[in-house]
Design a protein around this ligand. Structure first.
Ligand code: TYD
Length: 140
């Protein structure tokens, strides 16, 4: 897997003792792009819930699990990796051309996603065989 396209990002944790903890993500600093969009995913009570199942042509994202845990699967067309996401200050940078899935959500799991651009359906590849063709063409 191309490590420029997929790596862990650790956010600082500012601990205030009994008053809790702050984690902070600044665009172009902790996050390797200017953040244009933030979305969060919740209501994942269904044990069979699956999210993702797509790749992006241009969009870059950083995914966090800010409550609970889930399994992140990432596939670059050749190699596949799975990561248990269960640390509130640890995100995963997902560059372009990575097929990703999110499964095995714990009770009350909440995901936070920081994205480099606005929502654009034409940036998605939602069919796995189309994704494989896209990767082959890119590397040819
Ligand atoms: P999708 O990106 O496939 O969600 P996930 O990767 O979490 O499984 O989006 C699901 C639906 O929500 C799809 O119809 C598009 C819509 N959507 C928006 O309108 N704006 C957004 O910013 C996002 C992330 C999704």
């Amino acid at each position: 897997m191309n490590l420029e396209n997929f790596y862990l990002i650790e956010l600082p944790e500012i601990e205030d003792g009994i008053d809790g903890t702050i984690s902070v993500a600044e665009g172009s600093h902790h996050i390797p792009f200017e953040i244009k969009r933030v979305y969060y995913i919740y209501g994942l009570e269904n044990a069979n819930a699956i999210r993702g199942k797509h790749a992006h042509k241009h969009l870059e994202q950083v995914i966090f699990c800010i409550h609970g845990s889930f399994l992140l699967g990432v596939d670059d067309g050749i190699h596949r990796k799975e990561m248990l996401m269960n640390r509130r200050n640890q995100g995963v940078y997902l560059g372009t051309g990575l097929w990703h899935t999110m499964t095995q959500f714990s009770k009350e799991c909440v995901l936070l996603v920081l994205a480099s651009d606005y929502y654009d359906e034409s940036d998605y590849i939602r069919d796995y065989s189309e994704f494989k063709r896209y990767i082959l063409n890119k590397t040819a």
